[in-house]
Design a protein around this ligand. Structure first.
Ligand code: HEC
Length: 196
């Protein structure tokens, strides 16, 4: 009789121990994910980083870029410079269009997209710049993505190759196609006019 009581008692103790440690684990987990969420929500919605795949869905499916405005004053298939294409067409989303008109630098959520064509006017690639708050302040907060002609992500992120060349247009918010800043100062620099 005594023995069975002991067994029952230890089972009860075990049960409670288990319950307590389980609780602890789950609170730790929640705290950790809350913390991560807090860190990233402000920056990318609820993702830990922007993704080329999300951008692909946005520009090919949700708001097809072919319906966006062209870069103001530029037609389709104008002559581009190396390395993009012999002919290029530049599309801008609404935020980018407003920013270009205001000429105070590109606002966050601007997307500038370029179709790059070969000499015989075949689409060779699609290169995109998306301005995302907090993504890469040293690089104007631009997220760079290159797509194949059939809309597959080829390159994405803080792509050194893209940044390396576009840094030449840093005072124009990394943009080459036209003037987007009044005094040649990047968008996020509000009082930095004298730095340049
Ligand atoms: C060697 C220089 C160079 C490199 C490398 C480069 N670009 Fe460009 N980019 C340009 C130039 C010059 C223009 C102006 C339009 C033109 O003539 O093609 C431009 C234009 C653009 C535009 C239109 C908006 C703007 O800035 O004028 C986008 C979008 C773009 N590039 C994205 C990219 C992406 C994405 C990459 C990397 C995969 C990249 N570029 C790599 C030189 C470069």
């Amino acid at each position: 009789m005594k023995k069975s009581w002991l067994i029952i008692l230890s089972l009860i103790v075990l049960f409670f121990l288990n319950l307590i440690s389980g609780c602890q684990q789950s609170t730790e987990k929640t705290a950790e994910s809350n913390d991560k969420a807090a860190r990233t929500t402000a920056v990318y919605g609820n993702k830990s980083a922007p993704s080329g795949e999300d951008l692909r869905k946005l520009i090919y499916e949700q708001t097809p870029y072919q319906e966006w405005a062209l870069w103001p004053g530029k037609g389709k298939l104008f002559k581009g410079m190396e390395p993009h294409g012999v002919y290029v067409t530049v599309y801008v989303n609404e935020t980018a269009l407003e920013s270009i008109k205001n000429a105070k630098g590109m606002a966050y959520n601007s997307i500038v997209l370029k179709e790059n064509y070969s000499a015989d006017k075949q689409l060779a690639s699609v290169t995109v710049m998306q301005k995302i708050k907090g993504y890469n302040l040293e690089g104007g907060d631009w997220f760079w993505v290159k797509f194949s002609p059939d809309s597959k992500v080829i390159d994405e992120g803080k792509v050194i190759m893209c940044l390396g060349c576009h840094t030449g247009a840093k005072t124009n918010d990394y943009i080459y196609t036209g003037k987007v800043t009044a005094k040649g100062t990047p968008a996020h620099s509000t009082s930095g006019d004298d730095k340049h």
